[in-house]
Design a protein around this ligand. Sequence first.
Ligand SMILES: N[C@@H](CCC[C@H](N)C(=O)O)C(=O)O
Length: 265
Amino acid sequence: MTSYDVYHGTGNAFAIVDADEAPEKTAFGTDLCRSLDVDGTLFLGIEDGGARATMTLVQPDGSRAAMCGNGARCAAKWVSERTGRDVLTLETGAGPRRCTVEGDVVTVEMGTPSFAPADVPLAREAALVDEELDGYDVTAVNTGVPHAVAFVDDVRSVELAEVAPPIRHHEVFPEGANVNLAAARAGGGFDQRTYERGVESETQACGTGAVAIAAVAARLGSIPETGEVTVSPPGGDLAIGLREDGTTTLRGPTERTLTGEVSDA
Ligand SMILES: N[C@@H](CCC[C@H](N)C(=O)O)C(=O)O
């Protein structure tokens, strides 16, 4: 038997498994996503007494993603509950990510968003900034994984399941892209809806997507280049920090909802 916990970060839900206990990752992780109806399975390998942990995300379609913002928040909380560490570094496919745990609230240092075509990646040599793609003005950015961001008047009035797939699979994105729609809120901040690559549907929140929205808003001049902005997916509020050195932070709540065991056979 292998034990698991289910955590969510603003509605983005993950099964978390100790990497040392997992028999195999891809089929096991995919099956767990399906049986628990979660957005991914995180395999965590604790090192140095919890000062560091390796994070591997297997998504419902069997793919692996280099980084996951909300997953990193849940992962840090899981490691902290096991080791008592409040500050730790997650080793991800997108590089090390420092996390700070304060009760149920976790902040992840998300690195520097890149609009460079090779980094997104894009199948062309020019950045994609506020350019029409399948009916939306899209900006492409990598915040650990590739994102397409488009600003609309009202995120709720869009049929995301219809409009997102053509952008998600557009030939300009050789590795695909997560698709985010964002709308400025009257009191400041942004509403968010995200269609996730690998889940192949809308999720209740996406951390790298929230950082992408803030980074694109700053690039397009809709918000200051530094400071904090609230991005609100359906699952709750996320605070995004834009720092003077170009790096970003993601802060928000986490919650454990389930603990169980699954047969390895
Ligand atoms: N939900 C995540 C993003 C997970 C990776 C994404 N689906 C991809 O394949 O790029 C987040 O909170 O950042």
